[in-house]
Design a binder for this molecule. Sequence first.
Ligand SMILES: O=P(O)(O)OC[C@@H](O)[C@@H](O)c1c[nH]c2ccccc12
Length: 264
Amino acid sequence: MKNILDDIVAHKRGEIAAAKEKLPFEELVKQIPQAPPVRDFVTALRLSHPLGVIAEVKKASPSAGIIRDDFHPVEIAKTYAAHGAACISVLTDENFFQGHLDYLKAIRAAVDLPLLRKDFILDRYQIAEARAAGADCVLLIAECLEEDELRDLYQYTRELGMQALVELYDETNLERVLKLNPHIIGVNNRDLRTFETDLAHSIKIRKQVRDTILFVSESGIRTREDSERLIQSGINAILVGESLMRSDDIGKALESLLPKQVNA
Ligand SMILES: O=P(O)(O)OC[C@@H](O)[C@@H](O)c1c[nH]c2ccccc12
């Protein structure tokens, strides 16, 4: 069954080709030494035990349309940092999520937390771009990548000193994700065929992953009941966008997801 990911990936290949025309890979990598040093994404999440929050800067999505009109990425990131986020995810896809790599650069200059480049990464070029922009971690989505592509992109991410959040939805992809020996994996609760989210999805897959791997539950997390349920299920971190971005008081919404001990 076809899903939105197929459209996104097809469009992304065109974008990557155009970016390489403008700035060849060999030129891009020359910018990397000027980038700010890599921050440790996974350790920041571990230090936020029992629950690390990756708060996402997200203006729009294919499932929800515009999520937040009044969108000031740097202000949002500063609010996240001031209210307990361990890390920040920045959507950089322009066409489907109305994000931008420049948002990540601007946030890097203003906020100290580790940053995830949230995009559909298909090519080493985008990983080099992420590092040059100051990202500390990139998202690699198993559903978009063949096994050898996933391995190559994972290795390149590590060569640049960054970490990769390796994401899956489909349980059948778990085995090849675990083969990478990742420090961190994410399970998306959103079924991209229906756009529905179900926290039980990541809870189910949690049981199949050893607990030395930091486990992130992604999407559809809205309330403290949700975050407490995930902690009880052995989940180490959450990735939250929409429910924060829809709130009039983003800082308060973020605090309401944190377990009580962290708030005290
Ligand atoms: O906005 P939500 O439901 O809180 O979800 C955040 C994040 O998990 C979601 O944006 C996401 C998860 N995996 C992705 C891959 C690409 C783009 C976006 C995503």
